[in-house]
Design a protein around this ligand. Sequence first.
Ligand code: ADP
Length: 330
Amino acid sequence: MKNRFNKIKFNSKGLIVVLFAYIIAQFLWWEILLVRQNNELIDEKQKLLEVTVSNESTLKIEIEFLQKKKVHKTLMIVGEGTIFLLLLLYGINLIRKANKKEHDLLDQKNNFLLSITHELKTPLATTKLQLQTLKKHQLPIEKQQELIEVAIHENERLNILIDNVLLATRMQQNEYAITKEKINLSDFVSSIANTNYKNELESKYLKLEIEENVNFELDKIAFPSIVTNLIENAFKYSNEEINVKLRLFKKNNKVIIEVSDQGIGIKDPEKQDIFNQFYRSGNEEIRRTKGTGLGLFIVKYLIEKHGGSISVINNKPKGSVFVAQFLESV
Ligand code: ADP
């Protein structure tokens, strides 16, 4: 299916290139013909003058005039033609860019559909397997608890995924309103981390550096998505070395939340694109990891709704640091 889609895409691209090349060639040919025709016309006029005008000096003046006219007309045709050609090329370039954008979006939407189907099916299949095992076998109570824990975890993953899709849809339609209240952000962020990443904190894969008593006005329902999406990505895009750090601090009247990892890092040209809806890096390694390309779109949207901004820089010696900055609420 995908091959067929790519083949059609390639064919239509090839056809457009041939069509535009033909238009340009045709245009240049017409221009050459016009110059030639003009020259022939003037040459004919000159021949006629040579036959009809007997006075030498009058003939010379007339011929000079005709030659000047010839040069002038040629320059006019070439000048106007060049401007027209430049406009044509500019238009072609605009069409090409719009076309590429449309194709990229279509590609991203196709990838999104493929990955969301996969993401929905995996937790469902795992949960089903846990329940079937519990039903079939008389297992010791600890083993039962373990299976139930896995099923609950998968259910939570499914819930986060569906929440993300619903959130992104509402955001796209600009239907998402937030209600802010002033709270102790230090306690709030610590509790998000402790609730969602208990095991990772215990095993020191995740470390917290949280300045105490930072107060901030935020939406208690929406804000956790910012923190969890950034931490989820930090784990997801770390391969051998899992070393994620969540920092919260105040600097120059700004509240800053930083999530850093020692993972695979992000190339400079992609640093802007990753915040677009459905965007996933073209890197094969990333395509193999789970994801829908919605997380950072949601993060950026929610941060901006809280009056802040987000950027990403390289971590040292490797990995990335996502920096969210907000103006301190008074
Ligand atoms: P998803 O993770 O579902 O693909 P996101 O919107 O969360 O979607 O991220 C978009 C892309 O940004 C990812 O596909 C990945 O290429 C890149 N990315 C995000 N976070 C990180 C990170 N911590 N390290 C490296 N790449 C990242």
